[in-house]
Design a protein around this ligand. Structure first.
Ligand SMILES: [Zn+2]
Length: 482
């Protein structure tokens, strides 16, 4: 890479979203494509973002009774088969290990596509009495699903990073409370950390996790008008507990079947964040997860170098002392313009510019990454001022995403209107739905949009099904999705 042109983003977000996204991820140093299709190399800058998501969620999980554990990456075929026998529709595309060294294995091992089939039998061993409940374990790991799709870092990869929580409870209600608690925590992550408003609901019955009573979800709208499933939290009822024999002895010495849940969030949350906020200059990050929240760029001539740099170092020390993640770019071999472009590309939320004027007036010039808004601030309470600017940047990102979401939920009353509206605008289309999968299929066959969610506990806003005209059972949100 030689020219500045090569260093920067050359594709447009609006017109070539796929190519643009790929360039942002690579040129901002987040990930590279692996030699095998479907896999990526997560570089330190990208992994730091995932660690930040982990830190937030893991803290909330632990505050609410979850303990981390780790299960093997391989699952014996018989275990997976057992799950398949009891749970209709469970048929992930699995990668198999058939040999160990030179010897063929007696039993094939699956690379885990998800871990219900190996975690649940152990929960069954650990639960004996009502005093063992609720029991909650979570693991941070990767899973592999051998789906043949075009690779999109943090969106579509055969191996992806996630967490999967698995819990067992006394009764239905306690398991339901758990399901909603985890959905609430995921929503908090999107709202307070990733600056992404989401829609909250459940999957239609035909699209739940196999074996689940209810699959709840958060859906996020991407700039290309497609929906991303941001997480899932499943109320599994007693189907897994019955199949894997999770029983306990209650207060009256009677044997009871437990109720279970599972819930997961993958690095798609990161992909959705990058795709939503970034622009034609490169990566845009919420300050909450940015590895460096502020960059200081000194602007000097030979004769002002010493005093400008000294002032910049003082500023850096003061911000660091206040716990702000700050970088001072004091490279001699690069000019300020080059540095501005580079930190814009890499998504540092706030830039401080220090030149001789700032030194003389005891000021700093503050520039917001998302929109270039520039203000001059005094040096008094500069750490507090920096925090205010970081909060403002966060608020701007959230407001823009929220406006995009609000403008892209449209109601439709008929099949033609549903098809026309999604075809023309993308986004979400709400309509009444009778609950019959056949009505979804009619739309899906024509425009590849499906019901991504139905709201929980809400009266339908339409009287009749937009497709067949029967009475509406609920409101359905149709969208194209990732
Ligand atoms: Zn219908």
């Amino acid at each position: 890479m030689s020219s500045e042109q090569d260093l920067g983003i050359t594709a447009s977000k609006e017109h070539e979203t796929g190519e643009w996204y790929s360039q942002v991820v690579q040129k901002a140093g987040l990930a590279d494509y692996a030699p095998m299709g479907g896999f990526i190399i997560t570089r330190p800058r990208g992994y730091a973002l995932w660690e930040s998501i982990q830190d937030h969620l893991d803290g909330w999980f632990k505050q609410t009774g979850v303990k981390n554990a780790y299960f093997p990456v391989f699952i014996p075929e018989s275990y997976l088969q057992q799950e398949k026998d009891i749970v209709e529709g469970f048929d992930p595309e699995v990668a198999w290990v058939t040999h160990g060294g030179y010897d063929e294995l007696e039993e094939r091992l699956a690379v885990r596509p998800t871990s219900e089939s190996i975690i649940t039998p152990y929960i069954a061993q650990w639960v004996r009495s009502h005093r063992d409940l609720p029991l909650r374990v979570n693991q941070w790991c990767s899973v592999v699903r051998w789906e043949a799709t075009e690779t999109k870092p943090f969106f579509r990869t055969k191996e992806f990073l996630w967490q999967e929580g698995h819990t067992a409870h006394h009764d239905r209600e306690d398991a339901w409370d758990e399901t909603i608690l985890r959905l609430d925590q995921y929503e908090r992550l999107y709202t307070d950390v990733l600056a992404l408003p989401t829609l909250r609901g459940r999957k239609p019955a035909h699209d739940k996790f196999p074996g689940a009573d209810t699959t709840t979800t958060l859906e996020a709208l991407m700039p290309d008008g497609k929906s991303v499933q941001g997480c899932t939290s499943h109320h599994l009822g007693t189907s897994f507990a019955e199949a894997f024999d999770i029983t306990y002895v209650d207060e009256n010495e009677d044997e009871q079947t437990a109720h279970t849940t599972s819930w997961g969030l993958s690095w798609r949350a990161l992909g959705a964040t990058i795709m939503t906020h970034s622009d034609d200059q490169g990566l845009v990050l919420p300050p909450t997860i940015a590895p460096k929240q502020c960059v200081i760029v000194p602007i000097w001539q030979e004769e002002t170098r010493q005093e400008v740099l000294g002032y910049a170092e003082e500023l850096q020390a003061e911000l660091e002392a206040a716990g702000i993640r700050v970088h001072l770019d004091d490279r001699d071999e690069r000019n300020p313009g080059f540095k501005f472009n580079e930190w814009e590309l890499k998504g540092v939320p706030v830039r401080f510019e220090i030149g001789p004027n700032e030194v003389e007036n005891e000021e700093v010039t503050v520039v917001h990454r998302p929109d270039g808004e520039t203000t001059v601030e005094t040096l008094d309470n500069v750490a507090e001022t920096a925090r205010e600017h970081l909060d403002e940047v966060y608020a701007k990102l959230y407001a823009t995403a929220e406006q995009h979401l609000e403008e892209n939920v449209r109601a439709a009353e008929s099949r033609e209107e549903i098809l026309g509206t999604i075809g023309q605008h993308g986004g979400y289309v709400t309509t009444g739905w009778c609950g019959d999968q056949a009505c979804e299929t009619e739309i899906k066959d024509q425009i590849a949009a499906k019901i991504v969610m139905v709201p929980m506990d809400e009266e339908p806003i339409h009287d009749t099904c937009g497709i067949c005209g029967e009475d509406a059972e609920t409101t359905a949100y149709f969208a194209k999705s990732y």
